[in-house]
Design a protein around this ligand. Structure first.
Ligand code: NAD
Length: 374
């Protein structure tokens, strides 16, 4: 069985789906790996390091299994052969055209986002590995953009008070942002609508912000947050506006799968902040948690810097690729038996991650999205 790795073509994408370390593991297990020349360059893995690990260079779309990072373009889908297997981030709930095209092409596709988040599949959880990178980077951006220190300093010129940082949404990215801001010495507090995260926030040395929202617990299926009602959202925004006003930096990471990011930081909240304060909106990709975010830009509004970075994981391509490659490899190992492709659709991980098969869209959420009127 051959696994091939194309060079990513999406703008700004520097990650690669497999790195030499896992190529060595896969070739050791009897698989062949073909790499498109230069595929690892963005992540600082030259072709020679893949060749040393047992790969050969060739057509990145020629494999029985094609491993990618970003969703394929229409042109790339045209290069996949009928009956081949594609693994990558496919945005199954939002990229309806891509999903339809994959079905029409007769590709058996697996979305890394759709892998069930069960204990057995933790090693394949690319949402978590990439969110870890993004959360870390968001913490650094906040520190970099703030015209003040993060840590408390006692100097001959007097004491500097530590920065106050609020993290909104304490999922994987939020928890990493908390940890990063704490390591830099900030005083961190955090809020999430899922009650379960209070303990996790506190174990990182941050304070859980109690908002009097009259909310029981907003945890829904799969450990994700449910969408709040309009009234709940309104109340949350009002309560948060006061809390945000006391912060030097806000890092927002709140998300609800398949939906626009919840709006948490209003223009009024930004106005409440001290001049020079910072908002890093990690939800920019899905519309933003802050009303004033401009995705992909850093703007200054009411003398507050608002960063809406996109594709943060790709800004640290080396480790982001290593972690992603291990996720893909774990999934591959579940698909292969004695060196041959063996897809067991009775397995809940294989079945759950599968988006298209035999010319059909088989993933419920993706099917619904593809059938919805444009
Ligand atoms: P996510 O990216 O979907 O959302 C980020 C955070 O935003 C979540 O914590 C969510 O509760 C929060 N949020 C949503 N609406 C909000 C609002 N209005 N206000 C404040 N916060 C809001 O989440 P994620 O990081 O992908 O993780 C989601 C869950 O999956 C977590 O429970 C996590 O522990 C769980 N998980 C499980 C596994 C596993 O068992 N394999 C692996 C990773 C994550």
């Amino acid at each position: 069985m051959n696994v091939s790795v194309p060079k990513e073509t999406a703008e700004g994408e520097r990650r690669v789906a497999l790195v030499p370390e896992v190529v060595q593991r896969l070739t050791g297990e009897g698989l062949e790996v073909t790499l498109e020349a230069g595929a690892g360059d963005g992540a600082h893995h030259p072709d020679a390091s893949y060749e040393e690990a047992g790969a050969r260079t060739g057509d990145g779309f020629s494999g029985d299994v094609v491993a990618k990072v970003a969703p394929p373009s229409a042109e790339e889908i045209g290069r996949l052969s009928e009956g081949s297997v594609l693994i990558g981030f496919l945005q199954p709930l939002t990229a309806a055209d891509t999903v339809r095209a994959l079905a029409e092409r007769g590709v058996t596709s697996f979305a890394m986002e759709a892998i069930p988040r069960i204990t057995r599949a933790q090693s394949m959880d690319a949402l978590s590995s990439q969110a870890t990178v993004a959360g870390y980077r968001a913490g650094l951006i906040a520190a970099e953009e703030l015209p003040r220190f993060f840590p408390m300093l006692t100097t001959a010129a007097g004491t500097v008070r530590p920065a106050k940082v609020l993290v909104l949404g304490a999922g994987v990215a939020g928890l990493q942002a908390i940890a990063t801001a704490r390591r830099l010495g900030a005083v961190v507090s955090a809020f999430d609508v899922r009650a379960a995260v209070k303990e996790q926030i506190e174990s990182l040395g941050a304070r859980f912000v109690e908002l009097d929202m009259g909310l029981e617990d907003a945890e829904a299926a799969g450990g994700y947050a449910r969408q709040l009602t309009d009234e709940e959202q309104q109340r949350q925004r009002e309560l948060l506006a006061d809390v945000i006003g006391q912060m030097d930096a806000v890092i927002s990471t709140a998300a609800v799968p398949g939906r626009r990011a919840p709006l948490l930081v209003t223009e009024q909240a930004v106005k409440n902040m001290k001049p020079g304060s910072v908002v890093v909106d990690l939800a920019a990709e899905t519309g933003g948690n802050c009303e004033l975010t401009e995705p992909g830009q850093t703007v200054v509004k009411h003398d507050v810097k608002i960063a809406g970075p996109l594709g943060l994981a790709s800004t640290m391509p080396d480790h982001a690729s290593s972690l992603y490659a291990r996720n893909v490899t774990s999934l591959l190992e579940l698909m292969v038996k004695e060196g041959a492709l063996n897809l067991d659709f009775e397995d809940e991980v294989i079945a759950g991650a599968c988006i298209t098969r035999d010319g059909e869209i088989v993933h419920e959420g993706a099917k619904k999205a593809a059938e919805a009127p444009a």
